[in-house]
Design a protein around this ligand. Structure first.
Ligand SMILES: [Zn+2]
Length: 272
């Protein structure tokens, strides 16, 4: 007993990693026991040798901290907001980004706090109504305040659905295509496509390219079916196929013959 006490007392007051050895504890155990205080304030009894040889460096708080850090880092890395943050920075600072001309190219920037720290952007988002599926908007709040919308920052941003965002963008933005920039009504006139059709396509997530260049197929369009010239609507009635399905297939480049001989799938959605 005395031997263990003597051995332990030499180490009283030593700090090893997070543990400060306070006093020897008498025990029946073969190993010397000591009481030690962790940096976090927890006082527990330890086997002295495990502290001295570095097996135990804290009350357990160190390992918990590391686990939490690893977990948070991992979660945030794959969090959908990470993509939103990255895309926001790319629109403003990557000159080769396809939307750069509407953002960085027009002087839109991200505030220093968000630009330099994803966690601070993340914190703001989760505390300000972000939910999966919502997009970040920088125009609505400034518009209400009557200021220019050229900054992504906590004061000006809000969250909107994709549809709201598209409406906002198409109201306030021009479309640039083939090196020319016009407002949507001007494009509608130039392309012979209705204004509402272009907006509708953009709201569905079509690219500007597809929204402006995909021709309108009316049901009156005449097609060649094995040498017979027939209106789309008449052909559809003949085989009992939905005209949306027919036109969708035609848009995707199907031959008329194939369209006529392929039964419509249930819930066939036009995706062109
Ligand atoms: Zn501790």
């Amino acid at each position: 007993m005395k031997r263990k006490e003597n051995y332990a007392s030499k180490h009283i007051g030593k700090k090893i990693m997070r543990l400060t050895i306070l006093r020897w504890i008498a025990s029946e155990d073969r190993c010397a026991k000591v009481e030690a205080e962790c940096e976090c304030g927890v006082i527990k009894t330890y086997t002295l040798s495990t502290i001295l040889n570095g097996v135990t460096g804290s009350c357990g708080c160190y390992r918990k901290e590391q686990a939490r850090k690893a977990c948070t880092k991992h979660d945030l890395h794959h969090h959908p907001l990470k993509h939103i943050w990255r895309a926001m920075l790319d629109r403003c600072y990557q000159t080769n980004h396809k939307q750069y001309h509407n953002y960085g190219g027009r002087g839109v920037v991200v505030c220093e706090e968000w630009k330099n720290s994803f966690p601070s952007f993340y914190d703001w988002c989760v505390n300000n109504g972000w939910q999966k599926g919502l997009q970040i908007d920088k125009d609505i709040v400034p518009k209400k305040l009557g200021v220019e919308a050229k900054l992504y920052c906590p004061e000006y941003c809000s969250f909107v659905t994709r549809k709201e965002n598209m409406r906002e963008r198409t109201n306030s933005h021009f479309l640039t295509h083939e090196g020319m920039t016009f407002c949507i009504s001007e494009w509608a006139e130039r392309k012979g496509i209705k204004y509402a059709t272009i907006i509708g396509r953009l709201e569905k997530g079509w690219s500007v390219e597809a929204a402006l260049n995909t021709p309108i197929l009316s049901n009156d369009r005449i097609v060649d079916y094995n040498g017979e010239l027939v209106k789309i609507l008449d052909l559809c009635e003949r085989i009992g196929i939905n005209s949306n399905t027919f036109r969708g297939r035609l848009c995707r480049g199907w031959a008329v013959d194939r369209i006529m001989n392929t039964p419509a799938r249930k819930h066939n959605k036009r995706t062109a």
